[in-house]
Design a protein around this ligand. Structure first.
Ligand SMILES: [Zn+2]
Length: 451
């Protein structure tokens, strides 16, 4: 592969040149949602980040297998089912379908595999049996725990010592555990919970074990890239590594990519603050292209501050860009330079922020115009933006069409009657409403006004 891709590996905390296990192929696993409520903008960011990474890897010639799971067995799903007095399967299925639709509406491709925990119980039980067999886990009163003291690399991803984990994280006291940091691979059934038969009695899987099983099923015990939000590094990803590497030689995943989290109006997005923005609410208010461009104008590893104002800012920039593209003089020469530069930015740790910066600069420098706009298709495809120029134009027209037509007609009449005062007043009125009137030889048209 001639393109040299480098990426920041959370496992080594440095940027590395990407070397796939099998030449020309990439296996990527991303932790998906726990389907117990509507997905929010944090899910949207992670989904868009990895969507673009997969699209870019394919763009530069890799054959990618993209796997993203659904956690459909979980405490939160069970408590919601109890709250609404329905089967937990019903809750999981409802929010799973909602998530699939949200992803489609955000312009994300479907992963090649989207496995659910409930379809993988046999595999989970078998993996737990192997971990016990190797001496890394133990059964205690119907639960099974991973014994972290047996796994000497515990903490290698989050770069923490056992002591600092104990100090920095809230650990639940549990008399069944040998070490406070041991985590459940299997949980004994409680009343009203969904449960499955196992060698340790009725119960259900712990959270982390599912990802070790499902990634291995589709990508093998050693695969290229594992992704997810920063908040999953500890304990989830640390525990995935412990489980998988306790029974297999070598690395579980070779490269770990973590996207930064989002704040809302400079506050952490959380249920307790009550500032969670659901994807579907955001999509009602904002075009999906704007949401994508907003997230992609930040590097995937940096935190993002999301607010109405920030989205309006992006909307304004896009309007300016569209206007520039429309007015730039035809020139077919420079698009090659653009197509080289944005790819170079992406080859350097998927720097979408730089790629969009290059795009905006090329437009402002007059290099992209209506004549060569079709040649940015590759960029649009990788970024997953589609119809953004038309959509914004149509939006403006539908919003302003009637009002602006009326103003233009009245003004035409005023000009015919040489009533310049009224004509100027009508021009000002249009401007206040956000429209610039453009007088041509035989007609008057309008453009959206830059705020
Ligand atoms: Zn996971």
């Amino acid at each position: 592969m001639e393109n040299k891709l480098s990426l920041y590996n959370s496992l080594t905390n440095k940027k590395e040149v990407f070397k796939p296990i099998e030449d020309g192929k990439v296996g990527i696993y991303v932790c998906g949602p726990t389907v117990y409520s509507s997905s929010h903008m944090g899910h949207a960011r992670s989904a868009i980040v990895f969507d673009v990474i997969v699209k870019f890897l394919r763009n530069i010639g890799y054959e990618v297998t993209y796997v993203k799971n659904f956690t459909d067995i979980d405490d939160k799903i069970i408590s919601k089912a109890v709250e609404f007095n329905v089967d937990s399967k019903e809750i999981a299925e409802k929010y799973k379908q909602e998530y699939i639709k949200d992803m489609k509406d955000l312009g994300c491709i479907e992963p090649d595999f989207q496995p659910c925990v409930s379809d993988n119980i046999d595999g989970i039980i078998n993996l737990i049996l192997s971990i016990i067999d190797r001496g890394f886990a133990y059964e205690a009163n119907g639960d099974v725990y991973f014994n972290i003291s047996k796994f000497e690399n515990y903490g290698k991803l989050s770069n923490q010592s056992i002591d600092s984990m104990l100090t920095n994280h809230r650990i639940e006291f549990n008399p069944n555990k040998k070490n406070d940091l041991d985590f459940a691979l299997w949980k004994k059934v409680k009343d009203n919970e969904p449960s499955w038969d196992s060698p340790w009695g009725k119960g259900r899987p712990g959270w982390h074990i599912e990802c070790s099983v499902m990634s291995c099923n589709h990508l093998g015990s050693n695969f290229d890239i594992h992704g997810g939000g920063r908040d999953l590094i500890f304990p989830h990803h640390e525990n995935e590594i412990a489980q998988s590497e306790s029974i297999n030689e070598g690395n579980f995943a070779n490269y770990w990519l973590h996207n930064g989290l989002i704040n809302i109006n400079q506050e952490k997005m959380s249920k307790s603050i009550g500032n969670i923005i659901n994807i579907r609410d955001a999509l009602e208010r904002w075009d999906f292209n704007l949401i994508r461009i907003f997230f992609l104008s930040h590097h995937y590893r940096t935190p993002v501050d999301l607010s109405e104002g920030r989205l309006m800012e992006i909307e304004r920039s896009i309007k300016k860009i569209i206007k520039r593209i429309r007015t730039n003089s035809p020139n077919k020469n420079n698009i090659k330079k653009f197509n080289t530069l944005w790819k170079e930015a992406m080859l350097d740790d998927f720097n979408t922020a730089k790629a969009f910066g290059i795009f905006f600069k090329c437009v402002n420098d007059g290099e992209i115009n209506l004549d060569n706009i079709d040649e940015i298709k590759e960029f649009e495809n990788v970024m997953g933006i589609n119809g953004w120029m038309n959509l914004l134009a149509i939006k403006e027209e539908s919003k302003g069409d009637e009002i602006i037509r009326e103003i233009i007609d009245k003004r035409n009449l005023a000009r015919k009657e040489k009533n310049w005062k009224l004509a100027d007043e009508l021009r000002d009125k249009a401007e206040k409403l956000g429209f610039i009137l453009v007088d041509k030889k035989d007609s008057t048209t309008w453009e959206p006004k830059d705020r």
